[in-house]
Design a binder for this molecule. Structure first.
Ligand code: ADP
Length: 481
C-alpha cells in the first residue's frame, strides 16, 4: 500500500487531538490477500473513559461556538478529505476489499455528509409558538444533546462514520468513535484530517479496539454520554439498546435489512437488471441495503432472468486494486462461512444454482457472483442477511403476493421495485413496510435524503434535513410577561 501522504496511516488511538499507543495491539488484514497491513493499538476500558472525559471537556467550548464557525471548520475537513481521495480510497480498499472505484465513490459520498451538515449547522431553528394566554409567551430552542458515542461497521469504513460525526459536530456535540475492528485505518485517517482542519482537541476521539464488548459497555452506559449512534447488526443493536436503557440515553440504530427487489411484469427490463445488479452486487453484496431477495413476476421471469444472468456473469472478481474488478473479497472468514452455510441450507431445501455457487479462485475470501433460483420463505437466506454476492430469486404471481412476500420480515430498511404504471407504483410504494424505497433505481443513498429503517431495522434518520434531529434536544421556554 503506497500512500502519497504517509501520515494518513496511523496505528494509535486518538484522544484530545493526540496519538497514543497501548502495549496490546491487533493486526489489520487486507482481505484480498491476507497480508497484515499494520498492528493497531487495542484501546480498552481505561482509554474509553479517557475519551469520554476529553469529549465532556471539549463540549463546554465546542457547543457554544457559533454554528458558522463550526461550519467553517467542517468545510475545511470536507475539502481535506476530497483532496486526499486517492489515498483514502487506497486505504479503504486495502482494509475493506471493495474495488478502488467504489472506494473512491465512498470517499466522495462520505465527504458529502460533512459538506451537507456544515451547511445544515446554520439552519437549526427553534419556534415561537402562539400562546393561548395573555400573560405567557412560548419559545423553543434546539441545543446539542451532549457527548455522543458512535459505533460503526466495516462495510463503509468512511461513510458510516461521517454520516454520524458530521451532524453531531455540526450542531455542537462532541464524539467518541469506536470503528469496526476489521477497518480502523480509515477512521484514524479521518482523525488526522479532522485535526488538520482545526477541529479542536477532544471534539472527535477515535478508539480502535478488539474489545468491542468492554468498550461498547463504557460507550453505552457512561453517565456522561447522552446519545449512542450505532450502525451494525440487529443482534448487537438489541444489546446496545438494553445497555443504554440503564441511563436512558437517546439512540439512533441503523440495523440489518432484508431488502426485496421486486420485478413486476410491466418493468423496464433494462432498468430492472441495472437496478437489481447495482443494489445486489455493490461491495460484493455486503451492505444493509443490498437486495437480499429478488422477487420476479412469473410472466416476465424468462426475459428478466436471461438479461440478469448475463449481467451478473460479466462481473469480474479479484483484488479491488486491479483494473475492471467489480467484486472484491468478503471481509473475513466468518463472512465466507455464513454465505456457504446459507447456500447449503437453500440447496438442501430445493434451490438451484443458475450461476456461480462456490468460492472463487481469486483467493481465500472470494465468492463467485451467484444466482440461485426456486427460493422459498423456508430457506434461511429469506430471513437472514446474506451479505455476499448471491442473488436469491423467488417467483410470484400477483401484486398482492409480492407485497405480502416482501413485507414478511422483521426488517424494514430498504426495498426496491421495478414497474412503469404510475398508479401502481404509488400504491405499492405506500404498502411496502420499509424506510427507503428505490423505484426503478438501485442506488438510493445521498447526503440530501433521509436514510433509516423501520421495524427491527432500527430508528433515527441519517443524512438530509432530518439528520441533525438525532443530535439535538428541543428546549421549551415559557416566559411570563
Ligand atoms: P457486523 O455483523 O456487520 O460485523 P456487528 O453488529 O457485529 O455487525 O458490528 C458492528 C459494530 O458493532 C462493530 O464496530 C463491532 O465491533 C461493534 N460491536 C459488536 N458487538 C458489540 C458489543 N457487544 N458492544 C459494542 N459494540 C459491538
Amino acid at each position: 500500500m503506497k500512500l502519497s501522504n504517509t501520515a494518513l496511516l496511523q496505528s494509535g488511538y486518538f484522544i484530545n487531538n493526540e496519538w497514543h499507543t497501548t502495549g496490546k495491539k491487533f493486526p489489520v488484514y487486507n482481505p484480498a490477500n491476507g497480508e497484515t497491513l499494520i498492528q493497531v493499538s487495542d484501546a480498552g476500558v481505561q482509554e474509553a473513559e479517557a475519551a469520554v472525559a476529553a469529549a465532556e471537556k471539549a463540549f463546554v467550548t465546542w457547543s457554544v461556538l457559533p454554528a458558522k464557525e463550526r461550519a467553517a471548520i467542517l468545510k475545511k475537513w470536507f475539502s481535506l478529505i476530497v483532496q486526499h481521495t486517492d489515498d483514502l480510497a487506497l486505504l479503504l480498499t486495502s482494509e475493506q476489499g471493495k474495488p478502488l472505484e467504489e472506494a473512491k465513490g465512498e470517499v466522495q459520498y462520505g465527504a458529502s455528509f460533512i459538506e451537507w451538515f456544515a451547511e445544515e449547522a446554520r439552519r437549526v431553528y427553534g419556534d415561537v409558538i402562539p400562546s393561548p394566554m395573555t400573560d405567557r409567551r412560548f419559545v423553543t430552542i434546539k441545543q446539542p444533546v451532549g457527548v455522543v458515542s458512535a459505533i460503526t461497521p466495516w462495510n463503509f469504513p468512511i461513510a458510516m462514520i461521517t454520516r454520524k460525526i458530521a451532524p453531531a459536530l455540526a450542531v455542537g456535540c462532541t464524539v467518541v468513535l469506536k470503528p469496526a475492528e476489521d477497518t480502523p485505518l480509515c477512521a484514524l485517517a479521518l482523525a488526522v484530517l479532522a485535526k488538520e482542519a482545526g477541529i479542536p482537541a477532544g471534539v472527535f476521539n477515535v478508539l480502535p479496539t478488539m474489545q468491542a464488548v468492554e468498550v461498547g459497555k463504557v460507550l453505552t452506559t457512561h453517565p456522561v454520554v447522552q446519545k449512542v449512534s450505532f450502525t451494525g447488526s440487529t443482534e448487537v443493536g438489541r444489546i446496545l439498546m438494553q445497555q443504554a436503557a440503564s441511563t436512558v440515553k437517546k439512540m439512533s440504530l441503523e440495523l440489518g435489512g432484508n431488502a426485496p427487489a421486486i420485478v413486476f411484469e410491466d418493468a423496464d427490463i433494462e432498468k430492472a437488471v441495472k437496478g437489481t445488479l447495482a443494489s445486489k452486487y455493490r461491495n460484493a453484496g455486503q451492505t444493509c441495503v443490498c437486495a437480499n431477495r429478488v422477487l420476479v413476476q412469473r410472466s416476465i421471469y424468462p426475459a428478466f432472468m436471461e438479461a440478469y444472468t448475463k449481467a451478473v456473469a460479466a462481473l469480474m472478481v479479484g483484488n479491488g486494486v486491479d483494473k475492471d474488478v467489480k467484486i472484491g473479497p468478503l471481509i473475513n472468514q466468518d463472512a465466507i462461512d455464513k454465505v456457504e452455510r446459507l447456500m447449503q441450507d437453500a440447496l438442501n431445501k430445493g434451490a438451484e444454482v443458475l450461476l456461480g455457487g462456490k468460492k472463487a479462485a481469486a483467493g481465500e475470501l472470494f465468492y463467485e457472483p451467484t444466482i440461485i433460483t426456486k427460493c422459498t420463505a423456508e430457506m434461511d437466506l429469506s430471513h437472514e442477511e446474506i451479505f455476499g454476492p448471491v442473488s436469491a430469486v423467488y417467483i410470484f404471481d400477483t401484486v398482492e403476493d409480492a407485497i405480502q412476500l416482501a413485507n414478511a420480515t422483521e426488517y424494514g430498511l430498504a426495498a426496491y421495485f421495478f414497474a412503469t404504471d404510475i398508479a401502481k407504483i404509488w400504491r405499492i410504494a405506500e404498502q411496502l413496510q420499509y424506510g427507503i424505497i428505490g423505484i426503478n433505481e438501485g442506488i438510493i443513498s445521498f447526503a440530501e435524503v433521509p436514510f433509516g429503517g423501520i421495524k427491527q431495522s432500527g430508528f433515527g434518520k441519517e443524512g438530509s434535513m432530518y439528520g441533525v434531529d438525532d443530535y439535538l434536544i428541543v428546549k421549551y421556554m415559557c416566559i411570563g410577561i
